[in-house]
Design a binder for this molecule. Structure first.
Ligand code: ATP
Length: 271
């Protein structure tokens, strides 16, 4: 993937080749700016790859579609609609002519119940907490019955307790519905806890997949029990060492640049 701005070409991603199985939970992890959101936006059809294609269910996709629902870090609810109406909007769009009004209502309630939001159906987004907004965003995405759920740091803006609670809910829902999920995260514990595979990306420019780690931990997973589990800690260590090794490289390159710049300034001062 290349971005062009003011006549300058910026190569962001290169050779991203990833096959995701149906029902699999994949996390993308990598340093800030390496291109994770770009990958997700290409899958969502919001960006078109400079080269290559995205295939979902044997079909090439190059525009947004209801088969791929995206949930952002900053909950994107419409502020003038209630919790119920926010989900209703998506459900009406997808199921118009396919489900009756009563069936649609049942489906909206079912999905809001799934994320434990049945108690706040008539509240506006401004009247609920950040974690609750994120739940509604997830319910709205699930209600679209997407083939692929795309989560862009869905828990990033939440406090630790709410984050843990919502992670558990997403794990439970995914266990029930067997959604295919691609999630961006910066949180190593979150990646290990939730994923079947962790895709670790190298630093940009021309970022690519550096390593893929398979997380072979039985489900359902319990965060407390896993804290003392040596296999869990091994996976955690693998991801941390990947990220730190890459980080060291960045620092090494920066140092190299600093040294070069210092030398250059000395040379020009002596000239
Ligand atoms: N529309 C765009 N036009 C030009 N450059 C872009 C555009 N979108 C992203 N970039 C650049 O592409 C690179 C990757 O950005 P991206 O947002 O995908 O990274 P990221 O890994 O998701 O970062 P973060 O973890 O900080 O959210 C960055 O250098 C960014 O500045």
């Amino acid at each position: 993937m290349r971005f062009e701005r003011n006549g300058t070409v910026n190569p962001v991603l290169k050779d991203i080749n990833l096959e995701v199985n149906r029902g699999e939970y994949i996390s993308l992890i990598g340093h800030s700016g390496c291109g994770k959101s770009t990958v997700l936006n290409i899958i969502a059809g919001l960006l078109t790859a400079s080269e290559g294609v995205v295939i979902v269910d044997n079909k090439e996709v190059n525009a947004p579609g209801p088969d791929r629902a995206l949930v952002f870090q900053n909950h994107s609810l419409l502020p003038w609609l209630t919790v119920y109406q926010n989900v209703e909007l998506a459900v009406e769009k997808i199921f118009r002519g396919k489900k009756s009004k009563a069936e649609q209502r049942e489906w909206i309630l079912y999905n809001l119940d799934m994320v434990n939001m049945s108690h706040a159906l008539d509240r506006l987004p401004s009247e609920i907490s950040g974690g609750m907004k994120q739940r509604v965003g997830i319910a709205r995405a699930l209600a679209m019955e997407p083939k692929v759920l795309l989560l862009d740091e869905p828990f990033g803006a939440l406090d630790a307790l709410t984050r843990a609670h919502l992670q558990d809910e997403v794990m439970r829902i995914q266990g029930e519905l067997k959604n295919t999920v691609v999630m961006i995260t910066h949180d190593v514990d979150e990646a290990v806890l939730l994923s079947d595979r962790i895709v670790m990306m190298t630093n940009g420019p021309s970022a690519t997949i550096g390593q893929i780690l398979e997380i072979d931990l039985p489900r359902p997973r319990d965060r407390l029990a896993l804290a003392d589990n040596p296999t869990y800690n091994h996976y955690r260590h693998e991801v941390l060492s990947f990220l730190h090794e890459k980080q060291r490289k960045v620092e090494a390159i920066d140092k190299h640049r600093q040294v070069k710049a210092k030398l250059a300034s000395k040379v020009s001062a002596n000239a």
